[in-house]
Each structure stands twice: as structure tokens, then as C-alpha cells.
Design a protein around this ligand. Structure first.
Ligand SMILES: *Cc1c(COP(=O)(O)O)cnc(C)c1O
Length: 369
């Protein structure tokens, strides 16, 4: 049995969790701040603020940039619920544009979707492959838009030799169980903007100003003020302790995924399927290995019979009833729909053995012959 995805958790993570429990300081303590510092160093961003999911990261990023009612946010339909939902949570309207053959938002479609109400673009680095930020940031500068990157798949990836996290105005990461590194559930925002970082820090914890006591000398450290109506989105020390150990292993995890991707690409040469490639001037985090086949469901079922787990990423947002009630229909984004109809995500994670990778290749070569 080869599962589709499984996290790589070792003794380091379990020991770190036990140490936090024994310390009796369970949340918003030094483990959270240590994880944030490590992430800032890793991504090259000036500030990293952790939260309890990437969905929360996207929501707070939009709010921090003042995006809400009456505003439009351009994004891709080829994504998970989180991307579209967070725009709606902020009170804004998602405006989808179709993707290119690399699954990522097609910059050529963005300009036509820009209106006087457009405030931001949320590109999604599908499978860990960075979007075309040279074009996207160029357009954003021209039209005075903010770029909030959904980097749920792309921790560790690079665009023009810059680590993801130091490319867009704000970058949102996910540490969900199956992502490049995990904290169980968790997320983070990376940004160089001092003001945005300060606002996100405040909004993640009820809008409290924790240093209000400084302004009132003689008042104890128990004093706080609710400066905004915020959210309860902070990370716990238990989660952060897992994240610290995972981030220490990131280089190894990343190298292993690159190895597996290279094996797949070599082993599936000449098969009747489309294989993923890296765009120029980027390196992918290889969170997913998406292939394109005819008779998608049939291939998935045959692999399942051989106990090989796969998945489909994604059912595009315009195919879902909640988004159709906003006016979208299945025929709106033909490239996204066609990719969806043919896509299979193969297992790719550090715990896979060479033998398992070869079993997937052998099975696919037979099925696709
Ligand atoms: C997983 C995922 C998210 C959401 O991450 P959570 O941490 O679960 O909120 C957002 N965008 C994409 C593209 C994802 O795959």
C-alpha cells in the first residue's frame, strides 16, 4: 500500500511537543517567536507572523491591506476553497481568470479583468511551481495593486533566485498535515512591510494591543486595549515546536521531493501522459507531481486496485455550487476545466522509498501502455 501523502514526523517532533507540554507554557510563547524568526531567516522576509492556518493568513493579509466591501481581488479558479473563501470572508469579490498549461494563473488574462475596483491579485503557486511574478508584479505596479501570494504549496521554492516569501507584498504559507512542512494545522504570513506586519500581529489575537501598558506608566503588565475587532487566529507553542523541527529538515525534505520528481520524469518518458516541468527562472518546491492523462478516473481506479494512492488537484472553484451561486458556471474557464478533467497527483513525499517510486512508475507504464 502506497498512501497518497503522509507527513514525515520523527522523534525530534514528538520530543519537542512533550517538552512544550512539560514546560506548561502552551501557547503564544517563545516557541512561536522562535519559529517566526527561523521562517524569516529561511524566506528572507523582514517579518513572519504565524497563524493557525493559511486560510487565516490570506484573510488577515487582505484585511491588513484594507481590502473589503466593494473591492475586487483577481485570483485563479484552479485552487483550493481557502483562496476564494478568504476573499469572501474579507467582504471582497473574487474575480477569477483562467490558468495557463502550467496550472498557474495566466498573466495574459489578468489585465482584461482589472477594473477601477480591483485592489489585489492572489496568485497560487500550484504544486510548488512559482507563478510568473515578473509579469504579475509588473502589472501590479502599473495598476497600483497589491500581490498577496498563496504559497501553500511553495515553501522553499525560488523565483529569479529569490526565495518564496520575499517576492510578493505578502506571502501566505500553509503548515497543514500534507504540505511541504507541517505543524498539524498552521500558517504564516511573510512580508517586508512594517505596518502590515504590525496590523496582522494585532488582528491575529482579537485586535489587542499588548504593549498599551507602556503608555500608562504605573499600570501593570496586565493592562491591554482592544484597538480593533480582531480574530482568534494565533498559533500555539505546541504547533510551533513541531514547525521548528520540520523547518530544520526542510532542505532534506525538499531534496527528496526533487529526487522523486526526477525519477518520475525519467521513468514516465514516452508514456501517454503529460508531465510537469519547471518554468524558466524558477525552482519548484515539488509539493505535488501532477500528470495529465486520458480516462483520468479509470487510471485512478486501476492504481487504487494496485493499492497506489493518488489525488486530484483541484476541482476548480467555478465547478462548485457555492461559487456557481455567485454567478460562475462550469464553462467559464476552459483551460482550468480541461486540466481538471485530466489531472492526477502522484504520491511525492520524503518518506517514499525508491522502490515505491519505481512501483508507481511500473504501474503507470502498464496502465498507460
Ligand atoms: C492547503 C491550501 C490552502 C489552505 O491551507 P490551510 O492551512 O489548510 O488553511 C490554501 N491554498 C492552497 C492552494 C492550498 O492547497
Amino acid at each position: 500500500m502506497i498512501p497518497f501523502a503522509t507527513p514525515s514526523i520523527g522523534k525530534e517532533e514528538t520530543d519537542a511537543v512533550i517538552a512544550v507540554l512539560n514546560s506548561k507554557w502552551l501557547t503564544m510563547g517563545k516557541k512561536v517567536f522562535e519559529f517566526e524568526e527561523m521562517l524569516a531567516k529561511f524566506t528572507g522576509a523582514k517579518h513572519v507572523i504565524t497563524v493557525n492556518s493559511c486560510t487565516a493568513a490570506l484573510h488577515l493579509s487582505l484585511l491588513a491591506y484594507g481590502i473589503g466591501k466593494g473591492d475586487e481581488v483577481i485570483t485563479t479558479p484552479y485552487t483550493f476553497a481557502a483562496t476564494g473563501n478568504s476573499i469572501i470572508h474579507a467582504g471582497a469579490t473574487p474575480v477569477f481568470v483562467d490558468v495557463g498549461r502550467d496550472f498557474n494563473i495566466n498573466p495574459e488574462n489578468i489585465e482584461d479583468a482589472i477594473t477601477p475596483r480591483t485592489k489585489a491579485i492572489i496568485p497560487v503557486d500550484f504544486a510548488g511551481q512559482p507563478c510568473d511574478y515578473s509579469s504579475i508584479i509588473g502589472l501590479a505596479d502599473e495598476y497600483d495593486l497589491v500581490v498577496i501570494e498563496d504559497a501553500a504549496h511553495s515553501l522553499g521554492a525560488e523565483h529569479c533566485h529569490m526565495k518564496i516569501g520575499s517576492v510578493a507584498n505578502a506571502t501566505c504559507f500553509s503548515f497543514y498535515a500534507t504540505k511541504c512542512i507541517t505543524t498539524g494545522e498552521g500558517g504564516a504570513i511573510a512580508t517586508d512591510d512594517d505596518k502590515i506586519a504590525e496590523t496582522i500581529r494585532k488582528l491575529r489575537l482579537h485586535g489587542l494591543s499588548s504593549d498599551a501598558w507602556k503608555r500608562y506608566s504605573g499600570v501593570g503588565k496586565w493592562y491591554y486595549e482592544i484597538e480593533e475587532i480582531g480574530w482568534k487566529y494565533n498559533m500555539t507553542d505546541i504547533n510551533a515546536a513541531i514547525g521548528i523541527e520540520q523547518l530544520k529538515k526542510e532542505e532534506r525534505f525538499y531534496q527528496r521531493r526533487v529526487d522523486i520528481a526526477e525519477h518520475y520524469t525519467k521513468g514516465l518518458q514516452g508514456c501517454k501522459c503529460g508531465l510537469p516541468t519547471e518554468n524558466p527562472n524558477t525552482s519548484s518546491a515539488w509539493h505535488l507531481y501532477p500528470i495529465l492523462v486520458n480516462n483520468r478516473n479509470d487510471v485512478i481506479n486501476q492504481l487504487a486496485q494496485l493499492e497506489i494512492g493518488t489525488s486530484v488537484h483541484f476541482i476548480p472553484l467555478h465547478h462548485h455550487p457555492a461559487y456557481q451561486r455567485l454567478g460562475y458556471s462550469e464553462s467559464d474557464f476552459p483551460v482550468a476545466t480541461s486540466l481538471y478533467e485530466h489531472e492526477i497527483s502522484l504520491p511525492i513525499y520524503p518518506g517514499m522509498t525508491d522502490e515505491q517510486v519505481q512501483m508507481v512508475i511500473t504501474a503507470l507504464r502498464e496502465i498507460l501502455a
